[in-house]
Write a protein that binds this ligand. Sequence first.
Ligand code: C2O
Ligand code: CU
Ligand code: CU
Length: 500
Amino acid sequence: MSHDGSGHRPLLSRRSLLRRAAALGSGALAAKIPAWAQQPGGPALELLWLTMRAESGVASIRPGPSTAVWQYVAHRKGRSTFERANYIGPILRVGKGAYVDVDFTNALAEPTTVHWHGLDVPPAMDGHPIDMVEAGGRFRYGFRVLNRAGTYWFHPHPDMRTGPQVYQGLSGVVIVSDPEEQALGLPRGGRDKLFVVQDRFLDAANQFVYAPVGMSGLFGDQVLVNGHLGTVQAVQTAAYRLRFLNGCNGRILKLAWSDGSPVTIIGSEAGLLRSPESKPYVVLVPGERVEIWADFRGRKVGETITLRSLSFYPGMNGGGALPNGAPFDVMRFYVESAVADKSTLPGTLSNIPQYLLKQAANILDPRVIPLSKSATEWKLNGASFQMTGVAPNEITRLGALEVWEFQNDAGGQMMAHPMHLHGSPFQIAERTVSPAYQAQYDSVKDGLVDSGWKDTFLIMPGERVKILTKPLHHAGRFLYHCHNLEHEDMGMMRNYDVLA
Ligand code: C2O
Ligand code: CU
Ligand code: CU
């Protein structure tokens, strides 16, 4: 089987495959870029061509038996493998403008798709559940990296099975760089670190136990960073760029330093902020990323600093040994050696145009998207997911700046939700919270990073959030959904159409 049958993209002819091979063989940056890589925005100067399989394997997570996982295993022509973080990977590094070509094989026993979270890719390459890659099937994902420098990721997106597949281990990361970011001289190499935080239940035989609770979701009692328990990162007395991805199915993080030092935030999902922001803690919902400037220069060799997740009130919390909102230690940083480091934190990081509410085409009649639930399903916009369903208020236009208001105030059992839109990044315009829920809101509000480009955001119980969104590059069908993956699987996902 060589094609998924969805008809979106014809298989390449043998000749174009040979052309690709030739282009790749001529060096890391192929001198001749074939026509297929000529995407909007001029020719791709960089080509990342890989084969990737979703397959079962084993990982070493704690002493004793190894853990059965599902993982992406990738290879690049001419080079063996990619960097990974235990079962998480590959970690792909590309420049903005690169063409990424993934020859994907589904070696699992069930259908899957690969979704490029945060990357603005054509709808047919976005891993929509309708574009299922059957067990044993193959699909060629190809897209131009149109996003700015930032930390993006990818994971399965099949209908009603996203939660279990991600939980079993399937996810990878795409780190994009661009000239604006490179010119800043931020810490790089060994001082630019990625940490993927996930929670799991592990049984006595060290196996993952998938145990979501009712309508709340999955809140495991073990915290893994880059696929390991009890992570300790050795550092030098230097400044670091720390990238965090919340890869949990449902758990919200409220990250803070154990000694009360402020958290210096330099980036969010879609790259750097305008300028660094200092906060007592930073809230990171499932799917979100944050970049932190961590300066260990004032520390003594031998010192340990813990990164904790502080308590907060999420509404429904899943109960169990470690409910959502309960405090725990995430990882530790151990100062191993002293070095001289002259790096400075730039006062200005990036030039981000500001979307304004008054510029929205629909400012007089904002799209209103309520969040709600029945006894067995979560809903968005009054309905649960329909594979091909699009409501009249779920149709927008390429290039139109619009305000969408998400409303999480239906009453009854409410909880915090991580909302996510596929397609172009957006901005947060306004938050309002009903007075009855002010105390819950106050438990997170000082850690919200709403100033940069977003693809996922927290909406608290009793809250309404207005976002400003503009589809920049691609017409077609996209998804928006709750990134609590069990909520997504329980229907809290809808299509939206972008008309050309
Ligand atoms: Cu990271 Cu549609 O999801
Ligand atoms: Cu996504
Ligand atoms: Cu949700």
